[in-house]
Design a protein. Structure first.
Length: 510
């Protein structure tokens, strides 16, 4: 009968609905009892410090220093309290205000990325959802309780681990109820009230009335044992974080600050630059209420974190230095076809400039890269090209450069070698703290010599410069000079040129 029931469910609801064998405890045909494997106990050993969390986040998220500090402190406070309650259950009886967080800032500045990496560092399940998908209980749409069930799913059904997870609700500004709204707001106030219950502390039934699979399991469990064991999870130690761009909030703050300054002659200085994020630094709970949040709801979100807008230099830094840079993804994608892609600094700069124009923050970086490199990923794997450089020209005219790369092997080879020269310069600085730069003629000569001698650019440069760093350091000691431009003469007579530079350094010794 159970097999027929399973087949019926599969046929009606598809393969996505799977029933757990309700008779797992009955003897198997071989006479051996099948005992379910016990879930691994969760042992919370949180011992991180705020600075350690920030240092970890610095590897992935550029800028946002104040936001990282605030998040690190709030997360440490929360999980230190959780650990204390875990070790001493009586600690849960003491009054404690949970460090739930509201994050404000434009799109694409790293809000989600920050929280995702915090959860990864701590080792707790993480659920991200869009606030606009939820509606008040009884209306069409997802229920906020589904967030808790999803958290347990992310914890691989480990209830103990799930109760220490992080729930991140994006686009939360969309559930604010404007003061002038007419009629019943299904996706606003009701959702806030539902979330309020979860943030305060409640128990959520893991069997949803809308979940066909869980209801089927309950029916089969009842058929077997005559009762259904209720599975619930307590939300006491779940950390809630909401975020949004909060468009229009700056006007509310600005109006309040202006009225306060005029009405009470208070010494309040408005931000000099009329940007939203600068006004966010002065936000109060009253501003959230005026925006359309319930007082009780915003009262359960005591930590306010502001993320600032990113500029061109920030996007360039993300591309070049972030461990989570989208560039790594493209390097891996081409490597799968045996192709090495090099991103020049001028190419990265042009990508950042094009991305900033889209006004979606760091999200635009992938959009720009995909538009530029889509045809390269399609065409190059079927050619003999083994490496190429993403230059500013490639970013500005990808189709034109793709044709040149595939049709003119010598052009592509020299472009790659020129980029390798630039990377040798950067490597020299890293190793010796001396900034060197080969001029155009010197760079061309290095490429010609590498081709003629069938050697790598690295090998040619090493042979030419030898122990140049010692002579350059002597010049630096004498004059303070730490930046050197290498003309063609350095490659033709390296020792002679260096000796002349050293002699001159003694005549201009500081």
């Amino acid at each position: 009968m159970e097999k027929e029931f399973q087949e019926f469910v599969q046929q009606k609801y598809g393969g996505s609905v799977r029933l757990i064998n309700a008779s797992a405890g009955e003897p198997s045909p071989e006479g051996e009892a099948e005992t379910p494997e016990p879930k691994k106990a969760f042992d919370l050993k949180f011992d991180l410090k705020p600075k350690e969390i920030k240092q970890y986040l610095d590897r992935y998220v550029i800028k946002q220093d104040e936001a990282k500090k605030a998040l690190a402190i709030a997360v440490c406070d929360h999980y230190n309290h959780v650990r204390e309650c875990h070790e001493d259950p009586t600690a849960a009886d003491a009054d404690y205000s949970k460090q739930n967080i509201v994050m404000l800032g434009p799109t694409g500045v790293g809000k989600t990325y920050l929280i995702r990496h915090i959860a990864k560092l701590i080792g707790v399940p993480f659920v991200k959802a869009d606030a606009t998908r939820f509606s008040e209980t009884g209306y069409v749409g997802a229920n906020v309780d589904d967030l808790i069930r999803e958290l347990v799913t992310q914890a691989e059904d480990n209830l103990e681990l799930g109760q220490y997870g992080i729930i991140y609700l994006d686009e939360a500004d969309k559930i604010a109820t404007p003061p002038n709204i007419i009629g019943r707001d299904v996706s606003g106030r009701g959702v806030q009230i539902g979330l309020l219950k979860l943030m305060e502390e409640t128990e959520v039934d893991l069997r949803s009335g809308n979940d066909v699979a869980s209801q089927m399991r309950a029916a089969m469990e009842f058929q077997k044992s005559g009762k259904v064991e209720k599975e619930v999870i307590n939300t006491r130690h779940i950390l809630f974080i909401i975020s949004g761009a909060f468009t229009g909030m700056a006007d509310i703050i600005k109006k309040r600050m202006h009225q306060s300054k005029i009405g009470f002659n208070a010494e309040i200085t408005s931000p000099t630059d009329d940007t939203e994020t600068q006004y966010f630094e002065n936000i109060t709970p009253k501003d959230f209420i005026d925006f359309g949040f319930e007082p009780e709801f915003i009262g359960r979100l005591p930590v306010h974190v502001v993320c600032t807008e990113l500029g061109v230099d920030d996007l360039f830094y993300i591309l070049k230095h972030s461990e989570g840079s989208i560039i790594r993804q493209y390097e891996n994608a081409f490597r799968a076809y045996g192709i090495t892609v090099l991103f020049s600094e001028c190419g990265l700069q042009r990508i950042a400039e094009k991305a900033i124009a889209q006004k979606t923050g760091a999200r635009a970086l992938m959009t720009v890269c995909e538009k530029v490199l889509r045809d390269y990923k399609f065409e190059l794997p079927s050619t003999g090209v083994e490496e190429f450089v993403v230059t500013a020209e490639v970013v500005d005219a990808p189709d034109v450069e793709l044709k040149r790369i595939t049709a003119e092997p010598d052009y592509n080879r020299r472009t790659v070698m020129c980029e390798q020269v630039r990377r040798y310069e950067a490597q020299f600085y890293t190793e010796h703290q001396l900034q060197i730069q080969f001029d155009a003629e010197a760079t061309a000569l290095i490429c010609e010599r590498a081709i003629a001698e069938a050697q790598t650019v690295q090998r040619v440069c090493d042979q030419l410069l030898g122990s140049y760093q010692h002579g350059l350091n002597l010049i630096k000691q004498n004059t303070g000079q730490s930046t050197f431009t290498f003309p063609k003469a350095v490659l033709e007579n390296p020792d002679q040129v260096l000796e002349e530079w050293i002699r001159e350094s003694y005549t201009t010794k500081r």
